[in-house]
Design a protein around this ligand. Structure first.
Ligand code: 5AD
Ligand code: SF4
Length: 451
């Protein structure tokens, strides 16, 4: 019998990318194969994001398009997973009756079983539990390369989820509602998973959580008795033989401990890169966001990080046009950008999300004002990024190869800058090369192979 083919489309953050990989692995173990063409799939899974209205609109519009695929192929099963699934639940099936399965964020690892249960009628699972345990995910060793999952985009670098959920309730954010309360994975599970990944050839690991700094501090569903800090976990992970580069994301500045910052001076394989979302440069706005730190406290952390690792590349997230953001508040954001001089940033127009506190705030900033402020911020950020990148010109940097084929030869520095490489060699993804940088752009570098 022909094996069933599944198609997965992933929206949103790294956590979703990792979740999709694990769903793919589960379906492979059931004997299914992956297809890149949704119209030929027996199972279509959308792993969704609801962080901003735009992300959710993309999901809704794709669900509309899938209607005609399902008409042409009535046996097709359509599944919505992840954050939109969690938030909308049964409503999704009411609005899109061609959807068979709605799987919330804490149930995606049961995807095979859930799909088999919804053979004849639609099915919704979206409850959140604080005793949720992220299952240990160990890839199956196999020599049969015709039936191995795509395993995400790269086989030499992997995300590993160390915790899920968030207890912070920033007033604009849906995450505490879509992912539930913080739950940390036992260190022994994390170590076992990373060991298996490294044995299968993985060289770079990024530890993932909505708020990695509070790892182990709240609800640790653990068999271990000793509470472990995130810094403690980093040391344990770094001791695993075979990891070449180690990264983590994301950190809330209020929980960033000196113990963790010191790791940048202590752990060799920890890459000099830090994503430290600030969200606004105005204390008034930060209070209304419930971020629980001031600009001054934030700047102290930036200074400590640079003390431990002078070459660290710091990036951030910024929300532009939060309700009540005045011209002066926005100028304070611009001033913070000048002061920190981020290597890069992700900046977004504020977007009302259902169920969040700020959705109820008055003094909404007009869309055109948000647009003007966002462009000003992004233009200045691009200039600053370019200046940072120009400092690489004339230096040689260690690059981990990502692609080396007819179309492209590129890789990344330890600071996570992408480098386009001139020249030819038979380096494979994951190999390290020394590259002499001769050109800098706003978002990438160029260089040639150093003999
Ligand atoms: N509107 C705009 N941006 C948001 N983010 C989170 N919620 C919202 C929202 N309602 C941004 C924050 C966060 C990033 C992942 O998404 O900057 O750090
Ligand atoms: Fe959302 Fe704030 Fe938690 Fe980050 S720390 S996931 S912004 S609630």
């Amino acid at each position: 019998m022909k094996p069933q083919a599944f198609y997965i489309k992933t929206f949103g953050c790294q956590m979703n990318i990792r979740d999709s990989e694990i769903m793919a692995q589960n379906l492979y173990l059931d004997g299914m194969i992956e297809t890149m063409e949704p119209d030929h799939a027996d199972i279509v899974i959308l792993n969704t994001c609801s962080i901003r209205a735009k992300a959710e609109q993309k999901v809704m519009s794709l669900l509309g398009q899938l209607r005609k695929f399902k008409k042409a192929h009535p046996a097709m099963k359509i599944c919505v997973a992840g954050c939109v699934a969690q938030q909308e639940g049964q409503e999704l099936i009411k609005r899109f009756p061609h959807v068979n399965l709605v799987v919330g964020t804490q149930h995606i690892y049961r995807i095979s079983k859930l799909l088999s249960q919804c053979a004849d009628h639609s099915h919704t699972v979206t409850e959140l539990s604080s005793s949720y345990r992220i299952p240990n995910f160990i890839p199956e060793p196999t020599d049969d390369k015709t039936n191995t999952p795509s395993e995400g985009e790269f086989e030499f670098k992997k995300f590993v989820t160390i915790m899920q959920g968030c207890n912070n309730f920033c007033t604009y954010c849906v995450v505490p509602y879509t992912r539930g309360r913080e739950v940390s994975r036992p260190a022994s599970d994390i170590i076992e998973e990373i060991r298996a990944l490294v044995e299968s050839g993985v060289r770079e690991i990024t530890l993932l959580g909505q708020n990695v700094n509070s790892y182990g501090q709240t609800n640790t569903v653990t068999g271990d008795n000793t509470p472990l800090t995130f810094a403690g976990l980093l040391h344990q992970v770094a001791a695993i033989d075979g990891i070449v580069r180690l990264r983590f994301t994301t950190s809330n500045p209020k929980d960033l401990s000196d113990e963790l910052m010191a790791c940048f001076g202590e752990v060799d394989i920890l890459c000099p890169q830090f994503h430290l979302p600030v969200q606004s440069g105005s204390d008034r706005v930060l209070t209304r966001m419930n971020r629980k730190y001031t600009v001054e406290q934030y700047l102290e952390k930036v200074a400590r990080l640079r003390h431990y690792r002078p070459d660290i590349a710091i990036s951030t997230d910024m929300i532009i046009g939060f309700p009540g953001e005045s011209d002066d508040d926005f100028e304070a954001t611009m001033a913070l950008l000048e002061e920190v001089r981020y290597h890069g940033s992700f900046s977004f127009k504020y977007s009302d999300r259902p169920g969040t506190r700020s959705a109820e705030f008055d003094e909404k900033v007009a869309e055109d004002v948000k647009g003007v402020r966002l462009s000003r911020f992004q233009k200045r950020q691009d200039e600053i990024s370019l200046k940072h990148n120009q400092k690489f010109v004339g230096t040689s940097v260690e690059v981990m190869v990502e692609r080396n084929d007819h179309d492209s030869f590129n890789g990344r520095t330890t600071t996570n800058h992408i480098v386009h490489i001139d020249g030819e060699c038979d380096a494979l993804p994951g190999d390290l090369l020394l590259v002499q940088i001769n050109h800098a752009g706003q978002h990438s570098l160029k260089g040639f192979l150093k003999k």
